[in-house]
Design a protein around this ligand. Structure first.
Ligand code: DSN
Length: 439
């Protein structure tokens, strides 16, 4: 292939195999019901920015102080992303460079903690995240982890237990938030515990970030020392991470600027932990797409969208309860429903597989006090951000709950699954997605 042809030819001509996989993925997204709680469908504008020429640019450093020339325009994009993030969340500080939520969490841990320090987080099997201290994750390997759990009866964080554990273990950092916690994160109660034991408090709002931005979920800014997030779940941006602080403050660890002897701000330490501490070149195309998504989230329509996400989740939860399903915590305040299948004769894995055959995508998920392994599980996690983006509402949620029930109740009945698949196709065709991207 000549240099000229690289410039002229487009994907179908250059690489039909990859082109076909992308086309088929576009079709899959359009023709199935996406109920994975951490997924969403970005706008064409976000896709365009994420697929644009900023992918070509090295820009190690931060706007106005880069290690590379030619950064004027990527600086504009990153400043827009940072300013919009601060406006969106009502905070003093935003770092939009973390490649993912895990990188954002790593940057906070490496700023606030030393290896071996004690970190408290929600147990993965109780709705937490790998980076909140799982033994198979860097967090579990580098820090002394104390995991708190939810109460067996209420399915909510047990604050008596959190306080007891915190007093016993003296954590330096407490992490709140998770990946499968259907209720509002209790920032204020965590703050009380953190204050009682002199710990820092970080919230990971990767899941409800859009709902926080829309003012539907309480804001962590007043209560948490530092906040991390992803940008691609309810926030409906490109895949990536984010670090925020409601208020910046002088670092308490005695780190000073080498020449002036000035005590550095925590924001400066976080910035240097992200780059050069744990990352090199930022993904400028993704940062541009984050700016676009934050701009979209600042519009009044985004608040309406987020309200519908929650209304839809509650309608789906109510419908599942009526169909006699057990839901962890009895329902949801957010976009997430955690269905406990323990009393049904089906594992999370089998339910996920049967639903996938019917064109309904969910993920198997551990439920609190699960007796099955993470590869099998006793639950499924269901979320409404993506179907709500397609324009589906309460009636569709009731219909989907009914389809889920039919598949789970007869998961070995191929005829029934084929019938539901037809209903899924018909429903999807009424809410078209990305049809203009199909060749
Ligand atoms: N894997 C994400 C989720 O599905 O919630 C969290 O990182």
């Amino acid at each position: 292939m000549t240099e000229a042809s690289i410039r002229v030819l487009s994907l179908p001509d250059v690489d039909p195999d990859v082109y076909t996989s992308i086309q088929n993925e576009t079709l899959r997204q359009g023709n199935t019901l996406e109920l994975i709680a951490s997924e969403n469908f970005v706008s064409k504008a976000v896709l365009e920015a994420a697929g644009g020429v900023m992918t070509n640019k090295y820009a190690e450093g931060y706007p106005g102080r880069r290690y590379y020339g030619g950064c004027d325009w990527v600086d504009v994009a990153e400043d827009l992303a940072r300013d919009r993030a601060k406006e969106l969340f009502g905070c003093d500080y935003a770092n939009v460079q973390p490649h993912s939520g895990s990188q954002a969490n790593m940057a906070v841990y490496f700023t606030f903690l030393q290896p071996g320090d004690t970190l408290m987080g929600l147990d993965l099997a109780h709705g937490g995240h790998l980076t909140h201290g799982s033994p198979v994750n860097f967090s579990g390997k580098l820090f002394n982890i104390v995991s708190y759990q939810v109460d067996k009866k209420s399915g909510r964080v047990d604050f008596d237990e959190v306080l007891r554990l915190a007093k016993e273990s003296n954590p330096k950092l407490i992490v709140c938030g998770g990946s499968a916690y259907p209720r509002f994160i209790e920032f204020e109660q965590f703050r009380e515990v953190a204050d009682e034991v002199g710990a820092y408090l970080m919230s990971d709002i990767a899941h409800p970030a859009g709902l926080v931005a829309a003012g539907i979920h309480p804001s962590p800014m007043e209560f948490c020392d530092v906040v991390t997030s992803t940008t691609h779940k309810t926030l409906r941006g490109p895949r990536g991470g984010l670090i925020l602080m409601g208020k910046d403050w002088e670092n308490p660890w005695g780190v000073v600027a080498p020449k002036s002897g000035r005590t550095k701000m925590v924001s400066e330490l976080l910035d240097s932990t992200v780059m050069p501490g744990i990352q090199g070149g930022p993904l400028m195309h993704v940062i541009a797409a984050k700016a676009v998504a934050f701009g979209e989230a600042l519009q009044p329509e985004f608040k309406e969208y987020c309200q519908k996400v929650v209304d839809n989740a509650q309608a789906m939860a109510d419908a599942l309860l009526e169909l006699n399903y057990d839901l962890v915590s009895g329902g949801t305040d957010t976009h997430v429903i955690l269905v406990d299948l323990t009393k049904r004769e089906i594992s999370g894995k089998a339910a996920e597989n049967a639903l996938e055959k019917a064109g309904i995508t969910v993920n198997k998920n551990m439920v609190p006090f699960d007796q099955k392994s993470p590869f099998v599980t006793s639950g499924i996690r269901v979320g409404t951000p993506a179907v709500t983006t397609r324009g589906m509402g309460i009636d569709e949620m009731k219909g989907i709950a009914n389809m889920i029930d039919r598949v789970i109740s007869s998961h070995e009945n191929d005829e029934l699954i084929t019938q539901v698949k037809g209903e899924v196709s018909e429903l999807c065709s009424r809410f078209p997605l990305y049809t203009d991207l199909l060749g």
